[in-house]
Design a protein around this ligand. Structure first.
Ligand SMILES: Nc1ncnc2c1ncn2[C@@H]1O[C@H](COP(=O)(O)OP(=O)(O)O)[C@@H](O)[C@H]1O
Ligand SMILES: [Mg+2]
Length: 502
């Protein structure tokens, strides 16, 4: 018997312009849960896609039970007992749970489908691992957490002895996450080897036996989890020591700056994704909007910033009713840190200096009588790069060559360098390294302390708790409750996020 169920030795994978995996080494034993930890872009998905046969490595070897295998497609990988639950599920929404699980695996039953036998096996697997599903339910009507169980069952049904889960908790509520972790423990106890990808340190510490950390495509270390701490893992992940706590003083909220009143907003498919949301944000406070992604957060923010039109109800900023004109919303004194910084916040091919004046390039002091004043633009950029700690060779560097954290700092610098009445920050630290998270959090708190009303939308509950003076939970486009973080638990927020009452 080989010591390892799976081994990757010196895997390298190049894409045009990037080395996504550079001499990566990892191993997994049967019955073990291995955490694969790393920031966005570290190369985690690329690694497991090679293990699952989606990508062909340029160099290196993959050994399964001690024998070298070639990556020749997911079909082969499944045949060898490797299962993968992707970041985006690959289920057929119109089919039932049982049909999805059996789909594509029928021919193993001597050419014809023995439906009742197949359903029996689904029930047996579901029972054995606590993966509770209703075989007759239509998949498209199920909550995400249950759909994920169906994906896991699908892999087990195909005989997976090695299960790869790529950021499975990103789409789950805290309760669903806990349930998933329990299920994974049960699977491991039964001998299944599990590769669990996440960027959340808490989850790694809670469920894994060992953890391999990737940074910029390289394996920077493997630790036995019981010997790891939040700090040691964060340091491995980022490459330097980081402080993970934010300190903030008690706030003194002032007058109401933002009022959202019975707001209804349609999404791109014309559905009412914001469906009667009501809340307010006062000067000098941070209100955090907690919720599972896809509950109307994006459309809510787009409506308040004037990017998307309002179907009914209203948003009022400093006494002025918002209309679908982003420029006039800005002129009310609104700073906006968008969810998708590459698309909505920056022009990648422009320099840092130009990105720092994106909304004011044609105004004094950056332009006079239609002429750009390069000295003023450069001076502004030099000052902000220093003050907001943007790590770059110089201010003429194009923004696209910066890391995620530094791109975000460019936006934060531009948006928070001037005093604003209202700051709207959507997923402000997504894909940002741990060190920059701390910095960005402190900047948001500083804006609050200067008297700005701050609205933070985040799918990260830790972020919501560390920043918010009040927490509003959004569920199916409505604010389910507004709570005081000091007297609320993660579990309570989690229940509200799942649409339950507390
Ligand atoms: N199919 C692809 N084509 C080109 N570049 C890719 C592709 N997949 C990933 N990359 C790049 O490889 C690097 C690692 O990405 P990925 O493995 O997805 O990281 P992670 O899963 O850790 O966030 C990133 O710079 C990413 O942009
Ligand atoms: Mg990934």
């Amino acid at each position: 018997m080989a010591e390892f169920l799976l081994e990757a030795r010196g895997l390298t994978k190049r894409f045009p312009g990037v080395i996504a995996n550079d001499n990566v080494t990892m191993s997994l034993k049967a019955g073990e849960i291995l955490g694969l930890l790393g920031e966005n872009g570290a190369g985690k998905s690329t690694l497991v896609k090679m293990l699952f046969g989606i990508h062909q490595p340029d160099e290196g070897k993959i050994l399964l039970r001690g024998e070298e295998i070639t990556a020749d497609g997911p079909g082969e990988a499944i045949g060898r007992g490797i299962g993968m639950v992707h970041q985006h599920f690959q289920l057929v929404p119109t089919l039932t749970v049982a049909e999805n699980i059996i789909l594509g695996a029928e021919t193993t039953q001597a050419g014809f489908l023995n439906r009742s036998k197949a359903e029996e096996r689904v029930a047996e697997l579901s029972h054995r691992y606590g993966l509770i599903v209703e075989p007759g339910d239509i998949v498209g009507e199920l909550p995400v957490g249950i759909q994920q169980r169906v994906e896991i069952l699908k892999a087990l049904y195909r005989g997976a002895e090695l299960l790869i889960l790529d950021e499975p908790t990103a789409v789950l509520t805290p309760q669903e996450t806990d349930e998933l972790l329990t299920i994974l423990r049960g699977l491991a106890a039964d001998g299944v080897g599990i590769i669990f990808i996440t960027h959340k340190l808490r989850e790694v510490l809670e469920v894994t036996d060992r953890v391999t950390v990737l940074r910029r495509g390289k394996t920077v270390g493997t630790m036995v989890t019981s010997e790891a701490t939040t700090e040691s893992l964060a340091e491995l992940m980022v490459g330097r020591a980081v402080v993970l706590r934010v300190d903030k003083a008690e706030n003194e909220p002032g007058e109401v700056v933002l009022t959202v009143d019975e707001l209804k907003v349609r999404d791109d498919r014309k559905q009412l994704s914001v469906d009667g949301a009501t809340f307010e944000v006062r000067a000098g406070e941070i209100v955090g909007i907690a919720g599972v992604e896809g509950n109307g957060q994006r459309e809510l923010v787009e409506a308040i910033t004037g990017i998307r039109s309002i179907a009914s109800g209203q948003a009022v900023i400093a006494g002025v009713r918002v209309s679908a004109k982003p420029r006039s919303v800005r002129q009310l004194g609104v700073a906006y840190i968008p969810e998708d910084r590459e698309r909505d916040g920056l022009v990648g091919t422009y320099s840092i200096a130009d990105n720092m004046v994106l909304a004011s390039y044609n105004q004094e002091p950056y332009a006079k009588r239609g002429l750009r004043r390069f000295e003023a633009i450069a001076e502004n950029a030099t000052k902000l790069v220093e003050r907001f700690d943007v790590r770059t060779p110089d201010i003429d560097t194009s923004v696209k060559s910066l890391s995620g954290g530094n791109k975000q700092k460019v936006i934060v610098a531009r948006e928070l360098s001037e005093e604003k009445k209202l700051v709207i920050a959507s997923q402000p630290t997504r894909g940002v390294d741990v060190g920059s998270i701390e910095f960005i959090h402190n900047q948001l708190i500083a804006a609050r302390d200067r008297g700005a009303a701050v609205l933070v939308v985040s799918a990260e509950l830790d972020e919501i708790f560390s920043l918010s003076d009040r927490i509003a939970v959004i569920y199916e486009g409505k604010i389910a409750a507004v709570l005081d973080p000091d007297s609320t638990t993660r579990e309570e927020i989690g229940l509200l996020m799942a649409g339950e009452k507390i």
